[in-house]
Design a binder for this molecule. Structure first.
Ligand code: NDP
Length: 329
């Protein structure tokens, strides 16, 4: 049986180790679709999985990588046939099911999103979990009734993966966007993506007052911690925040004041177990509403060997935009 390259996380005597190896299809888990993986991506969660595996990985040995895109090689499902181009984000892939950092994947057909015509597998991974989560955040704000006319939108962690895609799509939709970043040297990049105003993250670091001046009708937050607490205290009456991340902290040192005195709503966004119909809606919207030139501008492609270094960099907040991983045959 032909072998293919893979990153594998193993555990011996309570010690997790990440190494590159060669596997065959016999090493894969049960599933009804086999995919030749062309590209994967590096998300914040992948950074954790590659450097501190027990935080993310539940079963060992495991191939990490929460995203993959490729071409169906074999299918026992009526929904997919050989040659179909597909993407997979989450559903436990790269956590308790073999993930995208390998030449092949065998997965469950019900997890797969058929790629929209105009997206290549490479572009799909430039979007990846981060980009698809940005769209889920936008969909939550829209469902709340927020429109471009209602007021300004704030995006935190704006130079990161979720933030960059969120800014770009919100721009396409006509919103007035303020971007919070710890990297003021990325102001020109954020303006190019569509941010109208750039705010230094330091303004959101301190302990917030229960209620501050009302500034934003909606926000997308990737940080948690004091940042999210400060954002909540600045949301206008009846506005909403879509919270998806913990780049700053898992804590949320807030009060009930924004909720009970201003009717603010906090939406939690979970991309991992999001139902497939909503994923397909999000992916189709990304195919139409994300400027593909902007996507290319915010993306950087790396080789298979470069994953560990990039994993360290994303945890330090050093990576701008999105990282595509090229998977060798
Ligand atoms: P990135 O690392 O690409 O971006 C995160 C950004 O957060 C950084 O680039 C930085 O932006 C900002 N940041 C970093 N440290 C801090 C800090 N201490 N305080 C405030 N902001 C900080 O990650 P992703 O965009 O891929 O993911 C963002 C978050 O969302 C992560 O926590 C991730 O786990 C989570 N996530 C959750 C999902 C879900 O399903 N709920 C799905 C996808 C992601 P800048 O330099 O501009 O300040």
């Amino acid at each position: 049986m032909n072998s293919f390259p893979a990153w594998l996380v193993t555990k011996t005597n309570d010690q997790a180790e990440v190494h590159q190896t060669e596997l065959t299809e016999a090493d894969l888990m049960p599933g009804d679709v086999t995919i030749r993986v062309e590209y994967s991506a590096l998300n914040y969660k992948d950074g954790l999985a590659m450097t501190q595996p027990p935080l993310i990985i539940r079963d060992f040995p495991l191939i990490p990588g929460i995203d993959l895109a490729g071409v169906v090689e074999r299918s026992d499902s009526d929904s997919f046939k050989p040659g179909d181009r597909v993407a997979l984000n989450g559903f436990g892939v790269g956590e308790n099911f073999h993930g995208g950092y390998a030449g092949k994947a065998r997965v469950k057909s019900e997890w797969l999103v058929p790629l929209p015509e105009n997206l290549s597998t490479r572009q799909a991974m430039a979007i990846g979990t981060a980009g698809y989560t940005a769209m889920l955040c936008i969909m939550a704000l829209e469902k709340h009734g927020i429109t471009p006319e209602a007021g300004k939108i704030l995006v935190t962690g704006a130079a990161g993966g979720v933030g960059s895609v969120a800014v770009s799509v919100l721009k396409h939709l006509g919103y007035d966007i303020s971007a919070v970043t710890g990297r003021m040297n990325e102001a020109a990049y954020l303006k190019q993506l569509g941010a109208n105003n750039i705010i230094d993250r330091a303004e959101f670091n301190g302990k917030p007052r229960p209620l501050a001046k009302e500034r934003w009708i909606g926000a997308i937050d990737v940080a948690g911690g004091f940042t999210l607490a400060n954002v909540l205290s600045q949301i206008k009456r009846a506005g909403a925040v879509a919270a998806c991340g913990l780049a700053e902290s898992m804590d949320l040192p807030t009060t009930v004041a924004p909720f009970i005195l201003r009717g603010v709503t906090l939406y939690g966004i979970d991309s991992v177990m999001c139902p497939i119909e909503k994923r397909i809606t999000a992916w189709n919207r990304l195919a139409n509403e994300l400027d593909l030139d902007a996507l290319e501008m915010m993306s950087n492609e790396i080789g298979f060997d470069e994953i560990p270094g990039a994993a360290l960099a994303i945890l330090k907040g050093e990576i701008r935009g999105r990282t595509i991983v090229r998977i060798p045959e």
